[in-house]
Design a protein around this ligand. Structure first.
Ligand SMILES: [Zn+2]
Length: 414
């Protein structure tokens, strides 16, 4: 199906606001961008006209570092624990349970995506032991995903070998097999994945033309560890192992020095900031001004009390007041550029991943309306197909209810 979508405003490129515009969409791609002329709309396209309804079209957003599987335990971030204590008390026992019953990861992802997608997210870069179940939930919504298995020793895995085999199995099963899904390799973090594990993941990413995804310098212990074991700070250590050779998603970077930030500057490397999890786990505060200046920088919910990407960007804005609207918009769309899924901005020949927002308040700048959280989606489209329309997802409410009750039973006895 091909569409013409018209709206009161359009955010074209990074921050150019245009009045009364239409997107002409065919075969999943934006074929043309035209001023709204009701009598001259092209024939043979379904017309979705939002003009006069106080609406704005933006590109779809990305949550570029996410753990959909941890959604049911998200509120435990409020329990005043620091990262390692929280992981041991809540994350690993929950992941062990999910590995025993993989179908629970499908139900978890199905519910988590409801909140994430409602905030305009059309691309999720995820890390989870049961990636196959996550892929099924993403496809159910029609959302793009880049998935992987955390390659690590500890928690849900007895050895690196076991987790790496699972990541490879996921890659063979899903990478490039569905238009919405790609699979990366995920050496989890320097303290849980060995030097050999990083080297193997980089080698495989090169072989399969895919990305790696890792946590870096989230807590001070990461720095102590690589300094004592390899005599280098974490970024220099990973750069020497070759992360710059492949597309690399780095989560956190809380303790990166300016020297490390400069060294990481590469078209292949994208740093994803996760302000709420860093704050609640008291991990620290990254040098975001330097990070944004030198590195491709995106945003992810990681694990947070809500999986709403607008909550994440607003929290960031309260802590980093210098961020301009176009900086925030760039952070929200960076995952697209990180994975080379187009430019991540609305333009001709770009993928048709777009959201039509209904501005629920009188506001001068429609983009700020979206970023301030006063807008709600009227239409969300991925790859030129509507996935949310007229306040309804493609996923039936019965299915949400089934997933809710399945998880409720498990959580009460967990
Ligand atoms: Zn994480």
């Amino acid at each position: 199906m091909n569409y013409v979508i018209c709206s009161d405003y359009l955010v074209k490129g990074i921050s150019e606001i245009k009045r009364r515009m239409c997107l002409v969409i065919s075969n999943g791609v934006i074929e043309d961008i035209k001023p709204y002329e009701p009598k001259e709309l092209p024939r043979g396209y379904e017309k979705l006209n939002y003009v006069g309804k106080h609406t704005v079209i933006t590109h779809g957003f990305a949550s570029s570092h996410t753990h959909l599987g941890l959604y049911p335990i998200r509120s435990t971030l409020l329990n005043k624990l620091e990262l390692d204590a929280w992981v041991k008390r809540y994350v690993w026992p929950w992941e062990l349970e999910l590995r025993r019953r993989p179908e629970l990861s499908y139900h978890t992802a199905l519910i988590a995506l409801k909140e994430l997608v409602s905030s305009g997210v059309t691309l999720v870069i995820d890390m989870h032991p049961n990636g196959s179940e996550v892929a099924k939930a993403l496809i159910k919504y029609g959302v793009r995903g880049n998935i992987c298995t955390p390659v690590m020793e500890g928690g849900a895995y007895k050895s690196i070998d076991e987790s790496l085999k699972e990541n490879l199995r996921l890659l063979n099963e899903w990478h490039g097999k569905h238009e919405l899904i790609t699979v990366g390799l995920c050496p989890c973090t320097v303290r849980l994945a060995s030097k050999e594990a990083y080297e193997k993941c980089i080698e495989l990413a090169l072989k399969y033309s895919t990305n790696i995804h890792t946590h870096l310098s989230e807590v001070v212990d990461d720095i102590k560890y690589t300094l004592s074991k390899y005599g280098k700070r974490p970024a220099h250590y990973l750069l020497e192992l070759g992360i710059g050779k492949v597309k690399t998603i780095i989560a956190h970077g809380v303790w990166l020095t300016l020297n490390e930030i400069r060294a990481l500057s590469s078209p292949n490397i994208t740093l994803i900031t996760n302000p709420r999890s860093n704050y609640l786990l008291r991990s620290g505060k990254p040098q975001l001004r330097h990070i944004v200046k030198y590195l491709n920088t995106g945003l992810g919910v990681d694990v947070a009390p809500t999986y709403n990407i607008i909550d994440e960007i607003l929290f960031l804005k309260f802590n980093e007041r210098w961020l301009a609207p176009h900086d925030m918009y760039r952070l929200l769309t960076e995952g697209y550029r990180a994975l080379s899924i187009g430019k991540g901005f609305i333009d001709v020949d770009e993928v048709a991943d777009v959201t039509v927002w209904r501005l629920n308040a009188c506001i001068g700048d429609p983009l700020m309306g979206v970023l301030q959280g006063v807008a709600k989606p009227s239409l969300i489209m991925v790859n030129g197909a509507p996935i949310y329309r007229d306040d309804k997802f493609k996923v039936a409410y019965d299915e949400f209810n089934k997933s809710y009750s399945t998880l409720l039973d498990v959580l009460t006895s967990f």
